[in-house]
Design a protein. Sequence first.
Lengths: 155, 744
Amino acid sequence: MSQSININDKSYPIDVEADMPLLWFLRDKLELTGTKYGCGMGICGACTVHLDGQAVRSCVMPVSAVAGKTITTIEGLSATGDHPLQKAWLANKVPQCGYCQSGQIMNAASFLATNKTPTSNDIDNAMQGNICRCGTYQRIKQAVSDAADEMYKEA
Amino acid sequence: MTDSDQSILGNQDPLLNKNTVSNQSRRKFLKQSGLATGGLVLGISLPQTTIAGFKMGEDSSFNPNAFIHIADDGDALIYCGRCEMGQGISTALSAAVADELEADWTRVSIKQGEGNAEKYGPQDTGGSASIRVMYIPMREAGAAAKVMLVAAAAKVWGVSAEECVAENHYVINTNNQQKLSYGDLASLAANESVPASVILKEKKDFKYIGKDIARHNQGDIVIGKLTYGVDTKLPGLRYAAMTHCPVMGGKLKSVDKAAAMQVKGVLDVIEIPRFEVPFGTLGGVAVVADNTWTAQQALKKLKIEWDLGEHQRYDTNVYKAQLVKNVERPAQVASERGDITQAFAEAEHVIKATYTGGHLSHAPMEPNASVVWVQKNSCEVWAATQSPGDIQTVLAQYLERDPKDIYVNVTMAGGAFGRKFKCDYVHEAAVLSQAVNAPVQLIWSREEDMRTGYYHSINAQHIEAAMDKDGNVTGWLHRAAFPAIASLFDPSLDRAPASALGDIDNHPFGIANYRSESGKAIAHTRIGWYRAVYAIFYGFAFGSAVDELAYKTKKDTLSLLTNIYDNNKNPEQAEQVARSKGALVMAAEKSNWANRDKLPNNQGLGIAVHYSFNSYVAMAVRVEAKGDDIKVLEVDVVVDCGQVLNLDSATAQMEGAIVMGMSLSLRTEVVFRNGAVVNSNYHNYPVLRINEMPQVNVYFVENDFKPTGLGEPGLGPFAPALANAVFAASGKRYRDLPFKPMSL
């Protein structure tokens, strides 16, 4: 009676030690490498994925704790890579090395799902758990703001 | 169809006389690169060059640095031999090729070249050198390919080449506007001889150079598909975690592997020897398992005893205090001009100040990581690296093979900042792969990355400045003490060599009487290149001291700085003076320096300029400071790097330098106690986060100077401009990086 987990609309059996963090299950077992290792203690945000739509740090989330839940990774955020955040990231030329950007985008996607009119302070508060060592913060702020406009513009 | 290896570019143009473009042996190249289609292949070669004192490149044989391949379907592929770590070099250089090639950018793809100095020339990527070294040769390669495509089209039409023009991936017959695509022409062009010389485009005709071009890989980044050093997957891949002796020079005494071996999924526990070569692994103990998590957990179960060795008492608080003592008394003269004693004797005003700074860890988001697969007759590496050639050299020595038999796939680096120039983590993966007879991925934990670094030098600098009655700075003493990078190669060094003070000695300041001295500073940890290297503390000390002198003498810092440059009458430094001053004055204008008195209470504006890595950067920083609470509000950056290659990535480099500058000025410092690093992760090495990001405005000086690099030059002026701004706002003069709380 193995447990399973739904990741990017596919079901996978959990066939690893119960305490393995979701991050390493994604990376080493499923070879979904878009989710990155940065700190291993939930403080840099590089490993951010969605758990039932909510941004979580997969490096400190035991895979057994998310059995039966729905996980979305950067690879599953949009079928064709055209989520408004992904488009805004390209339009603002956000990435430098790009290593943290999966986590940044996933965190922002969860944030914008609940905040339709983010202020600059809102963005700071929501995004300050995600480190970018290259220093792309100014562009991240603009891209999040642009994506919010795109997602919630008047029909 | 040609199969020749002739290299033919002539010497008519002085810009061209050292570079060689050749029509590659196409069969050989296609075989090497696995390309399926035919077409035109060009290689470009460079002479030997040096960066940071190291001899680069190999011998005088054909050493192409780049390849252009135009396939029969018109797709153009440009290989970049320089390593990409987010600085955007692969995009910037390829855009320069495409501009001269008159290519349609949407038809261009870019591939990272594997480690192969014979094929690509020098690949060591550091010293902000890629653009400086590669700009002209890359353009020549593009221009040569274009000439050959035009020649092929002219033959088809039976007209002269002068009657044809190349435009956006086509050659056009100007007599009748007929067009032939680059795809149609590629194989024909391969039969044309490589031109003896090429004429490069004029600035006004640039289509991609200097424009705002998105980096070529950002589409893959936003969908999580770009492959970094941590991401290589192979059939049968094993995963490893490792630990090193926490003290430099220490050795493994004993390891009890039993508990770790009991962990389900663990394959082996392996002792890694120290490599006695420059940048070699320090050695340590690794666990190999069937996934990274298991390896990391089992590693914690090892019972290791280290012989900590001679540096086990290293304590940075004690050491920094000693460095201060060492710079506040006479030391070894490194450079001298004029008569400093007389200048101080005759001075109207004198200031003395000592500035300090801590060790820094590069802390890129991607920790050290690679995959190595050592087999009986091959060794293949997949690594985020700034020096694929060093991996080849060291592994060849270790495995007793030819360097050419070490195949290094250069992955995208998730940040590097100088750390991945030293590839100890790759050496370790090779040892493990050989031991377990399988491909092994070794990812250092964040903690290991922070504790087994090549740190930016801890430092102290004592400045004494003299001003005469007319307000001219007439005397300057710069006494520095810091463990130098050279200590890696000569651990007996008791102080930084005079050459390490060259950057400050050769600065274009017009101070007639000058002396630099090097104070005692023995290295107790590994010191390495960290983005901007010594420019971080030279810029901080000089830029702060000038501001201190200005306040003491009730002068405007901008005027005093300008005066210092104006007093430089050395014709050999005229260009440096003019460009330094130009950037400075423009930063003052952009930041409304003249009206800084009108800033709200608690706000202050500071300014500084620094010349490093052949580029000039001035910054004006506006802050709000209450007590020790510092908020950076806005930074105006003026850059003179000559011709800008890619406006987007050049701007991004400045934005990034400010973020890193804020981290090292306000937050981060690596602390050693009992010989070992105390910091472990981002909670106690708190790099800047988004909520502290100021508004950054980047401006470029328009001129026709040749392009220079921007990976590092943004760091030098930031810390002093910040410290000066804080002083203006709060009256607190911070002289220690990162700033520590202080009372007035």
